[in-house]
Design a protein around this ligand. Structure first.
Ligand code: PGA
Length: 260
């Protein structure tokens, strides 16, 4: 049985004070967190990863960066390398988010390089893929999602299902308030899992965590997590408020009980 990950992608929100106060509240909540199969994860902005870590360290809360450089070190102003993230003891890093593809010219090829850099230092990439509204309406969803995952993992060997996390994030559902229906999301998650099966075999495919992202919130999370191939969420807007975030962790706890 796969674990569930509830992850907050804070994007360019929360300054130092907001980050530390959220982390303190989340730490207090996590003190009573008694379900090891539900993983709590937050992705603050780069400058606040370290202060966040100081607060949540030794509690069952993981941290993710939101991006990583394609380069190792040197004259790349404004970039942060995988080894720098490693020195913070980070467990995860988001890669290929559609906002980075859209506004920062990321391509399948650079997403792949980022994945390699992270895997080299033992950080788990959360690999984001998903179609735009125009692509869905043109019935290209399957082809787009498969081509993105194929390109991202091209010639990358996976020997342990915990080496990667995949996030299916339909672009039309991100920040729009309009989530994919549970069935729409499930269909794509199954497609991804079947692709993983063909590429890496069942032992890997059956255990890789596939998150859904796109307007996930307390009101719709239960129905999404009831789907057999949805293993949690990468949550933007609704992860910014502690009460909403902890409500979704509670939903994940209920869902994991139902999966037992
Ligand atoms: P949203 O963002 O929950 O605000 O739609 C999700 C994401 O972009 O990861």
């Amino acid at each position: 049985m796969r674990d569930i990950i509830i992850s907050g992608n804070w994007k360019m929100n929360k300054d130092l004070g907001d980050t530390t106060s959220f982390c303190t509240q989340l730490r207090d909540y996590a003190q009573k967190h008694d379900e090891s199969r539900v993983k709590i994860l937050i992705a603050p902005a780069y400058p606040f990863l370290y202060p966040a870590k100081q607060i949540v360290d030794s509690f069952p809360i993981s941290l993710a960066a939101q991006n990583v450089s394609i380069n190792d070190d040197g004259a790349f102003t404004g970039e942060v390398s995988a080894t720098m993230l490693r020195s913070l003891d980070l467990e995860y890093c988001i890669v290929g988010h559609s906002e980075r593809r859209q506004y920062h010219a990321e391509t399948d090829a650079t997403v792949r390089t980022r994945i390699i850099k992270l895997m080299e230092v033992g950080i788990i990439p959360i690999i984001c893929i998903g179609e735009t509204l125009a692509q869905r309406e043109a019935e290209e969803t399957e082809a787009i999602v498969i081509s993105q995952i194929q390109a991202a993992l091209q010639e990358i060997e996976i020997t342990d299902p915990q080496q990667i996390v995949i996030a299916y994030e339909p672009v039309w559902a991100i920040g729009t308030g309009r989530n994919a229906t549970p069935q729409q999301a499930q269909d794509v998650h199954l497609l991804i899992r079947n692709w993983l099966n063909t590429r890496y075999g069942n032992a890997i495919a059956a255990q890789v965590i596939i998150l859904y992202g796109g307007s996930m919130k307390p009101e719709n999370i239960d129905a999404l997590l009831a789907m057999p191939d949805i293993d949690g969420g990468l949550i933007g807007g609704a992860s910014l408020q502690i009460t909403q975030f902890t409500a979704m962790i509670q939903s994940a706890k209920n869902a994991i009980q139902n999966r037992r």
